[in-house]
Design a protein around this ligand. Structure first.
Ligand SMILES: CCCCCCCC/C=C\CCCCCCCCCCCCC/C=C/C(=O)SCCNC(=O)CCNC(=O)[C@H](O)C(C)(C)COP(=O)(O)OP(=O)(O)OC[C@H]1O[C@@H](n2cnc3c(N)ncnc32)[C@H](O)[C@@H]1OP(=O)(O)O
Ligand SMILES: Cc1cc2nc3c(=O)[nH]c(=O)nc-3n(C[C@H](O)[C@H](O)[C@H](O)COP(=O)(O)OP(=O)(O)OC[C@H]3O[C@@H](n4cnc5c(N)ncnc54)[C@H](O)[C@@H]3O)c2cc1C
Length: 667
């Protein structure tokens, strides 16, 4: 048995065992790099093991065969079991451990706590005063109450300034009156709002003495704590089935002059005094911090979604044999085809790159909240906002593409829900929309880019943030054979040119008489291109930085192969910019292609172990094709037999319609 890959087991499919034996690195060591530390990687394994010892948490019936109601009930049952074992399983209040626990046990189809941990509690942490935290945070953490984040309305999601729900202050009673004035003002979409939550953070337009102060966060009790019935003045319910994520009850919510005490406006950064005087926050957008929190997690979470799809596709590709190469006596593993490698390996590289970015942005958010809460220092907000706006957009887009390629790489069986890839896809691509629609967020990132270009043009390059410093780099001729830094230089030139071109176009329209808004819209496609290049440059540089910092030689070597693949793939993908601007020659392009193809060959022996290193349990993967043991065919047959349609030989629909129809046809 090889010491390199702990997944090896003699009872496994021999093709997978063979793959695991060829690995050139230790998967536990790779897991430490993926999950940011030896300690957390080990805790993950420990938690997974503890879960496997709780019989009530082992999968009962495949989710694919459940109705929505059954899925929600099953998630609640699992949450209840988890709650009983919470303190034995994880360190209380450790967010990463809680997330791991949830991913393992409940999976990705959503559950009543999905927004409680990801937005409700973080909003209380970042927006509630100490006194308010005393009142609600402890209760929320102990799960005495379940909360969600209700911001989006039927009529508006992207444009927060036009949210219609009002919170009008009444000085005589020292209350806010929440009201839904129109049908389009109904809150619509918030996860876990429909049936599960009894509390919500509600974003509503604060109105004092007929003056609107824009969206502010309020904590609102929605349901009676004993009966769970909606409180009088509240209309709440589920919005119906979705493309995926159907174990979550995304909901609607309306208020009919519903009164809450003054103390329910979250007041860490702004205040409304009893007489109605308003104290401004230190930064106008501080109330948006919960969105930044989720966006800062998305590179990690989306990376893990794509990783799940790739574990499934790569393992299956090592088990699936179809067609011949030289030896006509035995069919080859489909993973040996160059096209299959080209379909999957660049996404493996992206998974690692995205996760490395996620490790960084999660920390940046935590630092920002400390700076704001402890020192009132909001200076990091603008940069983190533009970075996470671009990153969530680029990462979700490529994750969707990568998962879809993983599905196709599994041929027909990839289309079956037994693969579980369709659910992963459905959940992942929701990220293109939630936390800010991708185009809208790319344009937010573009605002920062244009400002930076304008600073350079106005002769103030010293005012640029470090992320924008490349905008001052002069054009140079680059020798690609010298390594990653050469690729960075070319990428910087491409990104810089596009940022300047888009800004130039914007200015040109303005000089011709358009307002900035109109000129902006006429330049928007070019601006989004600039944002994507800027963000891909950040991803590329982060990947390089992380690989450089690895101390384990064999892990570093395997990731260097992956990094080289990423560099060549990315540069080839943006080659049209480089060719158009004369930044690269066609000879350099050929060099990049050859490097890319040779990277595929280098990565091939490590492919399965690169994905095993994520250490997803079978419980979490929920995929017949992605099983750790690789016993795909007999389990696909078992899975199909468990379909409700196969529980009787003759369906009522046959007796009721098909038989009479066939009988009639005989006449
Ligand atoms: C026992 C159980 C225990 C449980 C424990 C475990 C829990 C585990 C939980 C979960 C397990 C997870 C497992 C994974 C599976 C599940 C995955 C799926 C999860 C689903 C979660 C989905 C959650 C989704 C939530 C949402 O979608 S919430 C709603 C989000 N909405 C948006 O994002 C709206 C987008 N719009 C905006 O943000 C804004 O409108 C805007 C576009 C930014 C514009 O804002 P506006 O006010 O109009 O700005 P302007 O006036 O134009 O000014 C722009 C100006 O401001 C700057 N700005 C803007 N925002 C910010 C900011 N945030 N910070 C700093 N600066 C900002 C901007 O840069 C401009 O500056 P300049 O003028 O200088 O350019
Ligand atoms: C699974 C899921 C979970 C969600 N969970 C929550 C939640 O928990 N809480 C919550 O409050 N909300 C939640 N949402 C809502 C989500 O945040 C919004 O749907 C999202 O912000 C997009 O807003 P929208 O629906 O108004 O899209 P729209 O803005 O209507 O987008 C439609 C189109 O218009 C374009 N567009 C809009 N504005 C501009 C612009 N200024 N410039 C260029 N193009 C533009 C967009 O690019 C898009 O192509 C969830 C959504 C989903 C799908």
């Amino acid at each position: 048995m090889s010491f390199l890959n702990k997944e090896i087991c003699d009872g496994d499919n021999p093709d997978l065992t063979e793959e695991r034996r060829t690995a050139t690195f230790d998967t536990d060591r790779m897991a430490q790099v993926i999950y940011g530390s030896e300690k957390f990687a080990a805790r993950r394994r420990q938690i997974t093991k503890s879960i496997s010892r709780i019989p009530a948490l082992q999968d009962t019936k495949p989710l694919a065969f459940m109705t929505r109601e059954e899925k929600i009930t099953e998630a609640c049952r699992e949450l209840d079991v988890l709650s009983d074992h919470w303190e034995q399983l994880i360190y209380v209040n450790d967010e990463e451990e809680a997330l791991h626990l949830h991913r393992e046990v409940i999976g990705m189809e959503g559950h009543p706590f999905a927004l409680h941990e990801t937005m409700f509690i973080p909003t209380l942490v970042s927006q509630a005063s100490d006194e308010q935290q005393e009142k609600w945070l402890g209760r929320a953490r102990k799960r005495e109450i379940i909360g969600c984040y209700a911001q989006t309305e039927l009529g508006h999601g992207s444009n927060l300034r036009k949210l219609e729900t009002t919170a009008t202050y009444s000085p005589s009673t020292q209350e806010f009156i929440l009201h839904t004035p129109t049908i389009t003002a109904l809150k619509w979409w918030p996860g876990a709002l429909g049936k599960s939550s009894n509390y919500a953070i509600v974003m509503a337009d604060l109105v004092i003495k007929n003056k609107s102060y824009g969206p502010h966060p309020f904590i609102v009790q929605l349901r009676d704590e004993k009966t769970h019935q909606p409180l009088p003045g509240i209309t709440v319910g589920d919005i119906g089935p979705k493309m995926a994520f159907n174990g979550a009850d995304n909901g609607f919510l309306g208020f009919d002059h519903f009164r809450i005490p003054r103390g329910n406006l979250l007041m860490r950064h702004n205040r409304v005094e009893p007489d109605g005087s308003y104290l401004k926050p230190p930064h106008a957008k501080i109330g948006y911090s919960s969105m930044v929190k989720v966006r800062s997690r998305m590179a990690m979470d989306q990376g893990l979604f794509m990783a799940q799809a790739l574990v499934i596709a790569v393992r299956y590709s090592a088990v699936r044999r179809q067609g011949f190469l030289e030896d006509k006596s035995q069919e080859v593993k489909v993973l040996d085809y160059q096209t299959q490698q080209h379909r999957l390996f660049p996404s493996i590289a992206r998974v690692y790159a995205f996760i490395f970015c996620g490790l960084e942005t999660i920390q940046l958010y935590e630092k920002l909240i400390l700076d704001v809460n402890k020192n009132g220092d909001t200076s990091g907000m603008a940069d983190l906002h533009s970075l996470t706006s671009g990153l969530k957009s680029v990462v979700t887009h490529f994750t969707g593409q990568g998962i879809e390629q993983a599905r196709m790489a599994c041929g027909g069986h990839g289309y079956s829900m037994a693969s579980y890839i369709s659910e992963i896809y459905g959940v992942a691509v929701a990220g293109c929309t939630y936390e800010g629609e991708n185009m809208v967020m790319l344009l937010q990132c573009a605002r920062a880019l244009v400002k930076a270009v304008e600073l350079v043009e106005e002769g103030h390059p010293e005012k640029l943030s470090p992320m924008m410093a490349y905008l001052t780099k002069p054009s140079v001729t680059v020798d690609l054979t010298v390594g990653p830094e050469a690729y960075v230089k070319i990428f910087q030139l491409i990104a810089k040119k596009q940022a300047f071109k888009a800004t130039e176009q914007l200015h040109k329209f303005m000089v011709a008489g358009d307002s900035r808004d109109v000129a902006w819209n006429k330049s928007a496609v070019e601006l989004t291109k600039a944002s994507r290049l800027h963000t891909r440059l950040y991803i590329l540089k982060t990947f390089i930085r992380r690989v450089e910092s690895i101390t384990d030689i064999s892990v570093k070597a395997a990731l260097t192969d992956l990094l080289n693949l990423h560099l060549n793939y990315e540069l080839l993908d943006v080659a049209s910019y480089a060719l158009a601007d004369g930044i690269m020659s066609s000879t350099q392009m050929d060099f990049i292609k050859n490097q890319l193809y040779s990277s595929l060959e280098k990565i091939r022996p490590n492919a399965v172990s690169l994905m095993d290193s994520f250490q997803f349990s079978d419980l979490q993967l929920r995929s017949v094709l992605g099983r750790r043991d690789g016993h795909v065919y007999q389990n696909l047959f078992e899975w199909a037999k468990s379909s409700p349609l196969n529980q009787s030989e003759v369906l009522p629909s046959v007796t009721q319609y098909l038989k009479p129809m066939m009988e009639k046809s005989k006449l």
